[in-house]
Design a protein around this ligand. Structure first.
Ligand SMILES: Cc1ncc(COP(=O)(O)O)c(C=O)c1O
Length: 387
């Protein structure tokens, strides 16, 4: 038995797909020590640096005194506190929807959405590059899963046309694609969902706090929040903590509370994290300078990488992948950058398709101009040595 697991792991290793945990010491957000080396991190999703932001930390500390460490039970037992109610009201206002509900993680929120809204006899139509939690939610739901090529909305329409007899049609996309950093065309998806009577679910995990005039996410532009039926997001990226959320009409939120098993059967998000997240949303609204700094950093990194001869996709978010293709090449590049004091993990299959391994650079408002200079200098140096 043990042997079969060892064989599987060995096979992974041979394909350069083996993963191991790396313990970072003295972690300070954008800096850490690893194996005795001081490193600059360009890999976190803490895009605004809110995980350590004084206002957010203070809110968490205060809540810790009031509520303790954990919620003690699932939401429908005794796990719902004032902190949950206030956070959900805040999120609903922030996302301009009638109501919201929080889950213990974003992964669970996606499992909850798709298993509660779809079942046997329904069809889920999804962009090929959607996150594993959406794919797993679709599989678990029992609905038929149909996938269209990345952002190919003609194919998406063809699938909607073919699904006329389905009881429900659920159209699913990410707003900012987590491994490519590009944006979905939400206007076109709204047009399609209206034409074919589908329910549109948008995962705004990497958009919230980063894109939109005031950081409300990809659904901020006029008419988009109204057109998207279900806005999902996480509290674990730009919001800086942990947890998932869904904002939608009251009837849909009530459906999740009653049918989403990851909501019903999992212990509630700790109130301390709810309070931290609520403060983080206030910071996003009240301190636009953080987002401005983030975008200044994103543009500097994009420009620097291009000048160094790399071709990241045009910056539409805080995610700037440098696609290297071969898994071994990506691992070698990771090691080379590490020896230069920069930590950017090699993202490989199954996170991205086979042969599309990449360095996934993520930028934060917490990076200084010096940090970015060092990143670009390191890329320049390694380009010369054949990265
Ligand atoms: C697009 C997307 N959706 C959902 C999730 C899951 O969110 P969480 O990390 O909060 O569980 C992630 C995180 O990796 C993600 O990138």
């Amino acid at each position: 038995m043990r042997q079969s697991f060892q064989t599987e792991l060995k096979q992974l290793s041979e394909k350069n797909l083996y993963r191991k945990l790396r313990v970072l010491e003295h972690h300070e957000g954008t800096r850490a020590r690893f194996e005795g080396r001081e490193l600059l991190l360009f890999c976190s999703n803490d895009y605004l640096g809110l995980s350590r932001y004084p206002r957010v930390v203070h809110a968490a500390r205060k809540a810790l005194e009031t509520y303790g460490v954990g919620a003690g039970a699932a939401r429908l037992i005794s796990g719902t506190s004032e902190a949950h109610r206030k956070l959900e009201e805040k999120i609903a206002r922030f996302k301009r929807k009638e109501a919201a509900v929080v889950f213990a993680t974003g992964f669970l929120a996606n499992l909850g959405i798709l298993t509660a809204f779809a079942g046997t006899g329904d069809v889920i139509i999804m962009d090929k590059l959607c996150h594993a939690s959406l794919v797993d939610g679709a599989r678990l739901s029992g609905a038929a899963l149909r996938v269209f090529p990345h952002k190919n909305y003609k194919q998406c329409e063809a699938l909607l046309k073919k699904s006329k007899t389905a009881r429900r049609k659920i159209l699913v996309t990410e707003s900012v694609f987590s491994m490519d950093g590009d944006l979905a065309d939400l206007g076109e998806l709204i047009r399609l969902k209206e034409k074919y009577g589908a329910l549109l679910v948008v995962d705004d995990a990497h958009g919230t706090g980063v894109v939109g005039e005031s950081g409300r996410g990809a659904t901020e532009p006029e008419g988009i929040a109204e057109g998207v039926d279900v806005i999902m997001g996480t509290l674990s990226k730009a919001v800086g903590g942990l947890g998932g959320f869904v904002a939608a009409d009251k009837v849909l939120i009530d459906t999740l509370v009653n049918f989403a098993r990851p909501f019903i059967f999992a212990t509630a998000l700790p109130p301390m994290l709810c309070e931290a997240a609520r403060e983080a949303f206030c910071v996003i609204e009240e301190e636009p300078s953080l987002r401005e700094k983030l975008w200044e950093n994103i543009r500097t990194v994009e420009k620097g990488l291009k000048a160094a001869g790399f071709s990241p996709a045009s910056a539409a978010s805080a995610i700037l992948p440098v696609i290297l293709g071969d898994e071994k090449k990506a691992l070698d590049a990771f090691e080379a950058l590490l020896s230069g004091g920069i930590f950017i993990p090699a993202v490989r299959y199954p996170t991205v398709p086979k042969g599309k391994a990449r360095l996934r650079i993520t930028v934060s408002a917490a990076h200084t101009a010096e940090d970015i200079k060092k990143l670009i200098e390191t890329f320049n140096r390694f380009k010369k040595t054949g990265l």
